[in-house]
Design a protein around this ligand. Structure first.
Ligand code: AP5
Length: 220
């Protein structure tokens, strides 16, 4: 059976940072719906053009488009043994569609890891975030600075600030999270799949807490 894990949490809570670390430790790929949209935007595909308006406003891309894109990605051979999902599902309809898609393959979600972080910390994290242009490596000007200003330590590419990290868009993204995504916490709790971790600790401590949780609860 393949291993499907979900990272849940508000914008800036560290889903991407932690999904990358856990992915390395567990030998699983991180599949980030946000990164997939940004890739389409960069390549100026039709989907990228459609998604742009939603991303710019901090709104969610419609469910049907998002579900098709993510399940399409999950059908690729490099994720046959599972994946760490980051940013998907984000609505009850997406969660239902994912469960159905997995069920059709004799698979299921093994655990949902929810990162709890206060709004004040989210805003501080997002405003200082820098992302690598080539591969999406994540930095922070104070909490995880690169060795050379604006240059990725891993691949030497340029670091940039995401367009949707402007303060007015961030406020909207947090509102959208509360209205449309936070209900998934209860949804997965009812299914006994939810594990919560204090995401406000330093990143290494969060990784350790997540690994301990997975070991204790899922035997990973
Ligand atoms: P997406 O890219 O998924 O953004 P998000 O959920 O808003 O999450 P972020 O990427 O902002 O944050 P993160 O939790 O990954 O934190 P990170 O690790 O970077 O989505 C963008 C847009 O795409 C959406 O608004 C929507 O339009 C669309 N979209 C995506 N998925 C969709 C879906 N399923 N349905 C519909 N639309 C969808 O960390 C943040 C910063 O904090 C970094 O600088 C990092 O270095 C730092 N940091 C991390 N952990 C710590 C720590 N413990 N201590 C200190 N600093 C830390």
């Amino acid at each position: 059976m393949a291993m499907y894990l979900i990272m849940l949490g508000p914008p800036g809570s560290g889903k991407g940072t932690q999904a990358k670390e856990l992915g390395k430790a567990l030998g699983l790929r991180q599949i980030s719906s946000g990164d997939l949209f940004r890739e389409h935007l960069k390549n100026q595909t039709e989907l990228g053009r459609l998604a742009k308006g939603f991303l710019d406003q901090g709104a969610l891309v419609p469910d049907d488009v998002t579900i098709k894109m993510v399940t399409g990605r999950l059908s690729m051979p490099d994720v046959a043994k599972g994946a760490i999902l980051d940013g998907f599902p984000r609505t009850p309809a997406q969660a239902e569609a994912l469960a159905k898609w997995l069920e059709g393959r004799g698979e299921r979600i093994r655990a949902v890891l929810n990162l709890r972080v206060s709004d004040a910390a989210l805003i501080r994290r997002i405003s200082g975030r820098r992302t690598c242009r080539a591969s999406g490596h994540i930095y922070h000007v104070d909490f995880h600075p690169p060795a050379r200003d604006e240059v990725c330590d891993v691949d030497g590419s340029e670091l940039y600030q995401r367009d949707d990290d402007r303060p007015e868009t961030v406020a909207r993204r947090i509102e959208v999270y509360q209205a449309q995504t936070a209900p998934l916490i209860e949804y997965y709790r009812r299914q006994d799949l939810l594990f919560e971790v204090d995401g406000e600790q330093p990143a290494e401590a969060v990784t350790k807490a997540l690994q301990e949780t997975l070991e204790r609860m899922v035997g990973l």
